[in-house]
Design a protein around this ligand. Structure first.
Ligand SMILES: Nc1nc2c(ncn2[C@@H]2O[C@H](COP(=O)(O)OP(=O)(O)O)[C@@H](O)[C@H]2O)c(=O)[nH]1
Ligand SMILES: [Mg+2]
Length: 446
């Protein structure tokens, strides 16, 4: 599938699989047909039985066998029941970069080659241990920056998307077979399955596809986090609120209007979801070129963010009307100075004292995490969304075609397109460039 000079899957590969550095232990993973022979040459004892581990000495082989690198534990996972689907040996050494470098050198000199980033997981995919959505989920779990992102990745590793895809594709294939049989009998104009039955199958598949699509926004946000920008006039306490939300005194808070010019970024976790918060310059017209640039950047950041926290304060005269738009949350700050009249749909807070901050966080969460959408297996990446939308479009065309009695070959073509789009999701017949994209996200050793 891949060009042999990029990733030769016949090679035996080795890399440190724990993060580089000093610690209790480091683990080196060796995967490939020659893994047992190679590790056997540097280990001073018989290799353990499959799924067992064994304590012994790791030896330098190039000089003399008496020179020891470390005391180690070797674990053996026999193909195909290993992470990669190849024979895998894992060597646990003391957590020292010197020991690891020596151990890897010894393994390389016996014929292993350094593994590339993500190559162990790529092997698992090529050996059909996992599909592409599961491989992506491994990267997502490693990179998760919140509890919910980790939970979502873990669900995806279990293969829910693949199962949903194979159910949908199975039904479409059944229909495709019917269409192709009808094509064989085109002269006789036979209809093996009623139109009603065909439409029913397509509609059911469309429902399943919609199920996959419906949880996309929620899953994407759990995975990537939500962006929220703080906007409003100068001096209303935006920077004070920013610091309060991220629980770090990052932005300068000052009575002088126009203090903040650059867009500042911080993050916080709300109900297990990461929110990326941006503090911006107060929006006003000034004579200052620098501040004007700050205002321009503020507007640009607000346009891109998913939530706009618009701040007013009790000591200014003008409050814009609060729209019912879910994306914008209007807050009225400095209520510790006393509130005369709270404008409709404004959330009262005191960024200085912390009043109303929990309410604000709950509003932020509620504005973009819909816990009623998406079932067990919803897609979480734009790549998934594009593939499933393509399948949906083709299947809709097939449905119209069946209803309008279009020729079987045209309907078959749309059904084939549906299956091919679904296959792209799980990585059947995937292009090399796509794999490169996905596996380059990984670190070495995974
Ligand atoms: N009394 C009171 N003062 C506040 C509150 N929040 C901010 N301030 C003050 O308002 C001034 C402007 O705050 P800052 O966060 O720099 O406003 P920004 O220009 O909107 O970023 C500072 O002197 C803050 O101490 C609040 O909740 N209550
Ligand atoms: Mg500020």
């Amino acid at each position: 599938m891949r060009s042999s000079d990029t990733y030769n899957s016949d090679d035996t590969i080795a890399a440190e699989t724990t993060p580089p550095g000093r610690g209790g232990i480091s683990v080196i993973r060796v995967s490939g047909a020659d893994a047992c022979r190679i590790v056997g040459e540097v280990f001073d004892r018989e290799l353990p039985e499959p799924n067992c581990h064994c304590y012994g000495r790791l030896m330098r082989i190039d000089r003399n066998r008496d020179e020891q690198i470390d005391d180690v534990v070797v674990s053996y996972f026999k193909a195909p029941h290993s992470y990669t689907g190849d024979d895998v040996l894992e060597i646990s050494t003391h957590g020292s970069p010197i020991v690891v470098a020596e151990a890897l050198d010894a393994l390389y000199s016996c014929g292993a080659r350094p593994a590339k980033p993500g190559e162990f997981t790529l092997r698992a995919f090529l050996n059909e241990r996992i599909d592409l959505t599961q491989a992506e989920a491994v990267a997502d779990l490693i990179n998760a920056s919140s509890r919910e992102a980790a939970q979502l990745a873990l669900k995806q590793i279990k293969g829910g998307i693949g199962k949903a895809v194979s159910t949908i594709s199975g039904h479409i294939m059944q229909l495709l077979t019917q269409c192709e049989l009808e094509l064989d009998f085109v002269e006789d104009d036979v209809e093996l399955m009623s139109r009603k039955e065909k439409v029913r199958i397509v509609e059911e598949a469309l429902e399943d596809i919609d199920g996959l699509l419906s949880g996309y926004q929620r899953s994407r946000r759990l995975r990537q986090g939500v962006t929220a920008v703080i906007t409003g006039p100068p001096n209303v306490g935006k920077s004070c609120l920013f610091n309060m939300l991220i629980e770090v005194s990052r932005a300068i808070v000052h009575p002088e209007p126009g203090t903040t010019r650059d867009v500042l970024h911080g993050s916080c976790i709300i109900n297990g979801v990461r929110f990326d918060i941006f503090d911006t310059a107060g929006i006003r017209t000034t004579g200052s070129e620098v501040e004007d640039e700050g205002v321009r950047r503020a507007i640009e950041t607000a346009d891109k963010a998913e939530i706009n926290i618009h701040v007013s304060s009790v000591d200014i005269d003008y409050y814009p009307n609060s729209s019912s738009e879910k994306r914008t949350i209007h807050v009225l700050n400095k209520i510790d100075l006393g509130t005369h009249n709270l404008p409709e749909n404004y959330l009262p807070i005191s960024a200085l004292r912390g009043d109303g901050i929990e309410d604000l966080k709950n509003r932020m969460y509620g504005a973009c995490i819909d816990n009623n959408s998406g079932g067990e297996s919803s897609i979480s990446r734009e790549r998934h969304y594009i593939a499933v939308s393509r399948a949906r479009e083709a299947l809709n065309k097939a449905k119209e075609g069946i209803k309008d009695c279009h020729p079987a070959e045209i309907i078959a073509e749309e059904l084939r397109e549906t299956v091919s789009a679904m296959d792209e999701l799980t990585g059947k017949n995937s292009l090399e460039s796509l794999l490169d994209n996905i596996f380059s996200e990984f670190c070495i050793g995974k």
